[in-house]
Design a protein around this ligand. Structure first.
Ligand code: NDP
Ligand code: GDR
Length: 346
């Protein structure tokens, strides 16, 4: 068992919850940060059964405050920092580009500065993203593929990524950047497309909703299982050298494919009819329209196709995705069926 201390920023999010579970199981003392709000929500930590773990310390913290960042790192004196906090929703980043830049971009710099000033031996993980590849310059994408972000979120993450590389090269800080492709789970936020689909499909199956509304069905994503991806984050900080790693499955599917997979998982066969804004999905048994397009979910600029090759992570970290997209989708549909049967609404 480890006797290390870790700070995880963004503990109330999907990855924060799974990483907390993993580090606690390894014997870490975990200091998880959450933002002050009128109603803080720890439902993910509760669902994993770790919210009251004696080695979990909850720390109120906002990434945009440099002073608090320095005093928090000074007080906790961690061995490792995992920076998972971000304004992480791509769609919202078009409406709130400045906030996104401050949290998702400059927030990472605050932590790097704290490490440089307090203890350059602290190991740092930066949650980078396939959104940095944006308008992709090669298929599949690997660590050396040139970046071309397509959203304020992608641009902010690219800043944080390069700052991590820069602090590694300038000050010898052990800063690793994980370029993670989309990873999902039953703990995914409901604003992201996979969970929006599985939650709505469950509600349609239970007669609580008539129809699911979506934006671009043609976007292709490389979707993996979040619980496996946080293991990859941990492995990056146990490696001999700090580096940049892609975590992905090397398989890509459209949003449309995920829609049919989710309906199938709930025992509903659907057929797609029409084109573009008129496209609908019909329940072949009842003839009802169960999915239609709503233009408000389209983005000003889209990332059309993501597919990552995780060969470097497999070679150096021994990391490999295990769960297929069909298994992941089924797991999410079943979890949402159970929650909606109970009237759960997170
Ligand atoms: P979530 O959106 O589920 O979680 C984001 C976390 O950041 C939440 O805990 C949120 O707190 C916190 N946060 C937001 N703003 C601040 C702030 N100003 N100060 C402190 N904390 C803040 O994201 P995921 O768990 O899915 O992702 C984790 C990280 O990985 C993010 O940085 C994301 O951008 C990145 N990423 C995610 C991928 C994915 O597919 N999931 C892929 C690649 C990268 P609150 O609950 O208060 O909002
Ligand atoms: P993404 O995830 O933008 O890839 O970012 P999201 O699930 O939001 O979108 C995936 C694709 O689905 C299309 N789409 C819709 N998306 C949402 N959210 N809602 C809809 O109704 C809808 N209809 C179609 C989108 O246009 C897009 O093409 C996620 C986040 O977790 C980031 O933080 C992370 O960095 C990347 O994954 C990798």
């Amino acid at each position: 068992m480890s006797n290390k201390k870790a700070i995880i920023t963004g503990i109330t999010g999907q990855d924060g919850a799974y990483l907390t579970e993993l580090l606690l199981a390894k014997g870490y003392e975990v200091h998880g940060t959450y933002r002050r709000s009128s109603s803080v929500n720890f439902w993910r930590l509760e669902e994993l059964g770790v919210a009251s773990h004696p080695n979990l310390h909850l720390v109120e913290y906002d990434l945009t405050d440099l002073g608090t960042t320095i005093s928090m790192v000074q007080k906790i004196q961690p061995d490792e920092i995992y920076n998972l906090a971000a304004q992480s929703f791509v769609g919202v980043s078009f409406e709130q580009p400045t906030t996104t830049a401050q949290i998702t971009g400059v927030g990472a710099l605050h932590l790097l500065e704290a490490i440089r000033l307090i203890n350059p031996k602290i190991r740092f993980y930066q949650a980078s993203t396939s959104e940095m590849f944006g308008k992709v310059q090669a298929i599949p994408q690997i660590e050396e593929t040139p970046f071309y972000p397509r959203s304020p979120y992608g641009v902010a993450k690219l800043y944080a990524h390069w700052m991590t590389v820069n602090y590694r090269e300038s000050y010898g800080i052990f800063g690793s950047s994980g370029i993670l492709f989309n990873h999902e789970s039953p703990l995914r936020g409901r604003e992201f497309v996979t969970r929006k689909i599985t939650d709505s499909v469950a509600k349609i199956k239970l007669g609580q909703l008539d129809c699911l509304e979506l934006g671009n069905l043609d976007a292709k994503r490389d979707w993996g299982f979040a619980k496996e991806y946080v293991e990859g984050m941990w492995r990056m900080l146990q490696a001999d050298q700090p580096d940049t790693f892609v975590l992905a499955t090397n398989r890509t599917e459209t949003v449309r494919d995920f829609v049919s997979m989710a309906f199938k998982g709930a025992g509903i066969d659907v057929e797609f009819r029409g084109n573009d804004v008129d496209e609908v999905a019909i329940d072949t048994a009842s003839g009802k329209t169960v999915m239609r397009i709503n233009a408000k979910f389209h983005r000003p600029a889209e990332v059309d196709l993501l597919i990552g090759n995780p060969e470097k992570a497999e070679r150096i970290l021994g990391w490999k995705p295990q769960t297929t997209l069909e298994q992941l989708c089924q797991m999410m549909v079943e979890a949402d069926l159970k929650r909606n049967e109970r009237g759960f609404s997170f």
